[in-house]
Write a protein that binds this ligand. Structure first.
Ligand SMILES: Cc1cc2nc3c(=O)[nH]c(=O)nc-3n(C[C@H](O)[C@H](O)[C@H](O)COP(=O)(O)O)c2cc1C
Ligand code: SF4
Length: 464
């Protein structure tokens, strides 16, 4: 196993790491104290910008830039911080490790972030199934209040701070930030049209910063080390502006599934073979890997980086396998996929890609909120066509129908759920077309059912 320094997860292995007593002894709240007693909000914002934290919730938007978009506070207005702890993306289970093992790190990050953006109130919107996360966060907030880290004068500063945990109702779409805000306000969890973006008009109509759990949990270390030093932990050159350390998840057909911390820019090969311990069954090869949660297009080892032009940002890796390209927001965009939540699902040669995509499409059809016709109808049709193919009632033209439906969904909807359905579907068909054509002619045998290692990641509730 590679020996990168654990920073974000350095308290995970301490006994009772979630308690204030243990966390504080190991350094918790020192950075919040430093930020509130010796730094101005602008200084903190400048460090966060220099840190090049790309949002850890999936889209990879730079946190410093997002904070900069916050509309100036008008008379009578509040500014809010909302933490996205919905973590509903199939294959993704990293945020819950922070909430369960080190909730005080997230709370410390919230304190610093609230002070920096001028907010007094923060909601942590947690998926309701994450019962332990909710319990640990609530206990940690109580402890932080009792110690005077939250409340009317945190660390003696005249800047009241309050954090509330809000359990969500367990709908995948409520992880989309504007849908989350509607749900938080007690409305139906449907995405809003953007603009206005939440930084201009967010929770209860007020300017709001929505950030992922891991994004905000990085903030105390950014304050401790300085933004530039934190950014330079990344293995990527600084001009790629993708800094720091991050949590990598790995599941499926590997020997050691789990969550591991490493700098930004390790390769998928390292993640699978060094951290994940290699393929679960030594006699079966890697067939494909979904790199960052189920909405990200599948990668194959045999595909090579195409970047001949010396000016191409990926030129350094031209000709290398996709598995040997550093994992980062822009490198993965450059090969037609996404880093997403950075939680990979590894599939060996036993997996039917038709069955894997069928399971996924049933999930998306179930989770579409139904506001947009291309998404409501498209997700349903993708699932129906794949059901027909699997049942032996398909025809070769159905494979092109899958492509056609997907193309009609892309870019035509209110939120990114539709793109996050269509992009992986297109990649499955493009990279495994022969398998889809064969299934369209013969159907899928019973043996094509996914085994538990994959089902537990791809399949959610009714989607099975
Ligand atoms: C369908 C859908 C589900 C999402 N689910 C989550 C989620 O569970 N957690 C999360 O942090 N972001 C999720 N996102 C991304 C959020 O909309 C948003 O980009 C993110 O919370 C911003 O935080 P960040 O900039 O710190 O990454 C989802 C997006 C979509 C389209
Ligand atoms: S894209 Fe789908 S999930 Fe998103 S708003 Fe439209 S119908 Fe709802």
């Amino acid at each position: 196993m590679p020996s990168y320094q654990n920073i974000l997860s350095n308290r995970y292995t301490l006994a009772r790491s979630w308690t204030l007593e243990v966390a504080e002894r190991a350094g918790a709240y020192q950075q919040a104290r430093k930020a509130l007693t010796s730094m101005t909000p602008d200084q903190i914002k400048a460090e966060v910008k220099a840190a090049n934290i790309r949002g850890r919730g999936g889209a990879g938007f730079p946190a410093g830039m997002k904070w900069g978009f916050l509309a100036p506070k008008k008379e009578g207005q509040e500014v809010y911080l909302v933490i996205n702890a919905d973590e509903g993306e199939p294959g993704t289970f990293k945020d819950r490790t922070i909430m369960e093992k080190d909730p005080h790190r997230l709370i410390e990050g919230c304190i610093i972030a609230m002070y920096a953006i001028g907010a007094h109130k923060c909601w942590i919107y947690v998926r309701c199934e994450l019962v332990l996360s909710i319990a640990r966060l609530e206990a940690a907030i109580r402890e932080a209040h009792a110690r005077g880290f939250l409340g009317a004068r945190p660390f003696g500063k005249e800047h009241a701070l309050d954090i509330h945990v809000h359990p969500g109702a367990g709908a995948y779409i409520c992880g989309e930030e504007t849908s989350l805000l509607n749900s938080l306000e007690g409305k139906r969890g449907e995405p809003r049209l953007k603009p206005p973006f939440p930084a201009v008009k967010g929770a209860f109509g007020m300017p709001t910063i929505v950030n992922n759990v891991e994004t905000i949990s990085a903030v105390p270390d950014v304050v401790a080390m300085g933004g530039e030093a934190w950014s330079n932990i990344s293995l990527l050159p600084p001009e790629m502006k993708d800094g720091g350390t991050r949590l990598y998840g790995i599941s499926g057909h590997v020997k050691r599934p789990g969550v591991y911390e490493a700098p930004v820019g390790i390769t998928m090969r390292e993640l699978i073979y060094d951290f994940g311990g290699g393929m679960l069954h030594p006699d079966r090869k890697l067939k494909g890997v979904i790199p960052g949660g189920s909405s990200t297009p599948v990668l194959r080892e045999q595909d090579k980086v195409e970047a001949k032009d010396p000016k191409h940002p990926l030129n350094k890796w031209h000709g290398k396998s996709h598995l040997d390209l550093p994992m980062a927001v822009d490198t993965y965009r450059g090969i037609g996929t996404m880093l997403g939540t950075c939680c990979a699902i590894v599939m060996d040669t036993s997996v039917s890609m038709v069955e894997a995509s069928r399971n996924l499409m049933k999930f998306y059809a179930h989770e579409s909120c139904g506001q947009c016709t291309p998404c409501r109808e498209g997700t349903g049709w993708l699932a129906n066509v794949l059901d027909q193919i699997a049942a032996g009632k398909g025809k070769p033209s159905d494979v092109d129908l899958l492509v056609d439906i997907s193309n009609n969904m892309m870019g035509n909807t209110i939120c990114a759920l539709a793109d996050g359905t269509a992009m992986p579907m297109l990649a499955f068909v493009r990279k495994f077309r022969k398998e889809f054509l064969e299934a369209a002619e013969k159907g899928l045998p019973q043996s094509a059912r996914l085994d538990e290692a994959i089902r537990s990641q791809l399949v959610r509730r009714e989607a099975a």
